[in-house]
Design a protein around this ligand. Structure first.
Ligand code: FE2
Length: 236
């Protein structure tokens, strides 16, 4: 890819995400850095195609439910940091970052009142929620670039002990899905929701450790805790 084209794509990525992100300045900068790396790891034609599609998909998520949109931005960031901490090849880091951003796109099939319901969900609402990973796979399977992302999105609610949505366990769960699962769970505790206060970083890490080797991959939990000690974002 020529340098001029790379710079133009990075500039276009910055513009796109500045418009979309309503987060704090620090978070916007981090998101731009993440996307910059992501796009540069693809060929120019594919990178531009993915960027255009992702901007459209992000508008779909944001229009449906702004809480899911903000959560998606955070999960993309945390997945990116964890994938880098695990020393994965940059192409795989890019795929995991994009999959992290789109992991809950299947929730656009679920009414926002159900997604943000403060009380307990009834059985039929739970059935709807449990369909969102495969709903996401269905939405994305029409995009030619999504092939390497689908298993990461489809299995992001699997648990290493086999008690997740679809019963996959241990090594059968794709590594990218395990990474997104940790990023997803951490952000769910670390963000203000209609039903909970924000937990301190140390409490979120303790909760991850408590569920190591049952819900989460233990080695990845250790790596994620290392990330929270290194990255200034978590010192708030
Ligand atoms: Fe999810």
């Amino acid at each position: 890819m020529g340098l001029k084209l790379k710079l133009a794509m990075v500039a276009s990525c910055r513009r796109g995400f500045s418009m979309l992100s309503q987060r704090l300045e620090l978070n916007k900068l981090s998101i731009n850095n993440v996307l910059e790396r992501m796009i540069l790891s693809y060929s120019s034609r594919l990178g531009k195609l993915i960027l255009d599609d992702i901007l459209k998909l992000s508008q779909l998520i944001k229009a449906h439910d702004v809480t899911t949109f903000r959560h998606s931005l955070d999960v993309a960031l945390f997945s990116n940091w964890l994938a880098n901490e695990a020393s994965l090849p940059q192409k795989e880091v890019a795929r995991i970052t994009i999959a992290g951003f789109l992991h809950d796109i299947g929730k656009t099939n679920i009414p926002a009142v159900v997604l943000n319901k403060p009380g307990r969900l009834d059985e039929s609402e739970w059935e709807l929620i449990k369909k969102h990973p495969q709903g996401g796979v269905l939405i994305l399977s029409g995009y030619t670039w999504s092939y390497d992302l689908l298993s990461k999105i489809g299995y992001h609610h699997e648990r290493v002990d086999g008690s997740g949505y679809y019963g996959l366990s241990g090594e059968d769960i794709p590594l990218g899905a395990k990474i997104i699962c940790i990023a997803d769970a951490f952000d769910a505790m670390f963000s203000l929701r209609s039903y909970q206060q924000i937990k301190p970083v140390s409490d979120c890490c303790m909760e991850l450790e408590k569920n190591s080797d049952s819900q989460f991959d233990g080695e990845l939990v250790n790596r994620f805790i290392r990330v929270t000690k290194k990255v200034s974002f978590f010192r708030r």
